[in-house]
Design a protein around this ligand. Sequence first.
Ligand SMILES: C[S@@+](CC[C@H](N)C(=O)[O-])C[C@H]1O[C@@H](n2cnc3c(N)ncnc32)[C@H](O)[C@@H]1O
Length: 522
Amino acid sequence: MAQVLCLGVLFCAQTHEPLKISERTRQPNLNVSTSRKGRLNRLLKPHKLNIEVSPHRAVSAVRLMRIELGGAFADLLNDKGKGSGDNEMAYVERTLGFCTRELKDQDLRLVTDIVGGTIRWRRYLDHLIISLCHDKNTYKSLEPLLLQILRIGFYEIVKLNMPPYAVVDENVRLAKTALRPGAGNMVNGILRKLVLLKEGKSLPLPKVEGDDRAQARALATLYSHPVWMVRRWTKYLGQEEAINLMIWNNNDPSFSLRANHRRGVSRAALVTRLNELKVPHQISLHLQEFVRIKTGLQTVIQAGLLREGLCSVQDESAGLVVSVMDPQPGESIVDCCAAPGGKTLYMASHLNGQGMVFAVDINKGRLRILKETAKSHHVDGVITTIHADLRTLVNNSPVKSNKVLLDAPCSGLGVLSKRADLRWNRKLEDMEQLKNLQDELLDAASLLVNPGGVLVYSTCSIDPGENDERVAAFLLRHPEFHIDPVDRYVPADFVTDNGFYLSNPVKHSLDGAFAARLIRAL
Ligand SMILES: C[S@@+](CC[C@H](N)C(=O)[O-])C[C@H]1O[C@@H](n2cnc3c(N)ncnc32)[C@H](O)[C@@H]1O
C-alpha cells in the first residue's frame, strides 16, 4: 500500500413558466421570473416569437442538426432535463430565426423520444425518404434542416404512430416558417405519400434475401444499424441473435440508479424517494445498492438527486465489473482509465474511508468531473487523481499495487441503446485502432501489478475482438499472468466458459460489459 501511495507523489498527483404573450410574434411580457442568464438575455433582446410552431418539433429539429454537425450529444441532460445546451430555445432562435413558447415537461419528454428515436432509426427513415423522393439526387440535395424535419415527420408517423394528418400539418408549418413556403409544400407532398403507403401497409422496405452481403444490407436498413455491425454480429452471434440485439438497441433504454451509502442513502431510502417522485422502479436482482428505472430519469434529475450526490446513474453491468474487482476497506487500488469515474466512485464507496483509489486518466476535463463528483459523494478522501497517459506513467514507475483495474477505451458496442448516435459514429476501422490501444494499455497496466496481485481488464463492449481475444493475446505476451475465474464474484449467469464476466443486453436486459480477472504469478 505504501508503495502505491508513492505513485501519487512521483507523478504529481492532483490530490486529492411559460412566457406570457400579449400578441402573436410580438415581444413577450417581460414580467417573467427567470434565473437563467440565457433566457434573460433572450428576453432583453428583440426577438421573434412564434406560437404556431410546436416547440418540441422546433427544439428536436435544431438539436438533431447540432448532433449531426457534432455540436451536442444525444444523451446528455442537465439538471433541468433540457439537453446539453444551457438554453435550448436560444439555439432554436439562433438557428431558425424565431423562438417558440417554452417547453413544458410533456414537450421535454417528446423531445427526448423524438431525438433519440430519429437518430436510432436514421438509416430506416432515410431509406423511406429516398424511396419517396423523386430520385436519390433530390434526397442528397435536401438542406440539413429540411432533412431533419422530414425525418421527424417520418418517425412520428411510422414509429410513434402519432395521428398522421396532425403530424403532416405541424411539420409543414415548421418547414414553411423556418425555411420557405416551397419547403413546406415538399414536406406536405412526401409526408402525405407516406401516410397513404402506411395506411395501405405497403411501405417500400427491403426483403431479407440473396447472399450474406445483400441480407446484411437489408437487415441494416430494417433494423437501422451500419452494415458492418450487422455482418460482425451475424458472424459472432448468428442472424437471430443479431436481430434481437438490434431490437434491444432500438428500444428506449432503461437506467439504473446506485444509492450512495457514503451519503447515508440506503437503497430503501432511495426507493422511498422514488415513490414520492412517482418514478416506477424495480430492485436490482444482482446488486444491493441498485434500483432500475425505465422512465422518470428526468424527474430524478430535476429533483436534484444526482446533483446532491444522493445517488448516481450507473448501469448494473458496470456495477458488476466492480464486483469482479471486489474492493475491500484498506486496499490501495489503481484505476488506470478512471474518468469520468463511475467505477472509481463505486470502488471508493466500498473502502469505508480506509484505503485509496488512484484514478489515472489522460483526459483532464473528465478527471475534473471525477474529482467534483467524488466530493459530492463524500469519497474524495479516498481518491487521488493522476492526470497522465498510462503508457508513459508506468515507464517512470517502480511502484506496484495488488489491485489494478483497466477499464479500457472501447467501441461501446455494448451500450448502443443508451448512446443513440454512437452506432453512426463508430467505423469498422476504429476496431483495429482500439485493439492496438487496448493491447498497449494492458501491457502498461500489467507493470503496475504486484506478484500475486490482480489485474482486471474490462470494456463496455460485447465484441470478442475487444474482449476474449485481447485477453488471449495478452496471456501469450505475459505468461506470468493466468485467468482467475469470476464465478466467486458475480452470479453464475454472467460467467462465460472461459471464466470471464459478460453481460448480454438481450439475455440480461442490461448494457453489455466484459471483465477478466488476471492474476500475476508470485
Ligand atoms: C471507458 S472510459 C473509462 C470509464 C470509467 N472507468 C468509468 O467507469 O467511468 C476510458 C477512459 O480511458 C481514458 N484513456 C484513454 N487513453 C488513455 C491513456 N493512454 N492513458 C490513460 N487514460 C486513457 C479516456 O480518457 C477515458 O476516460
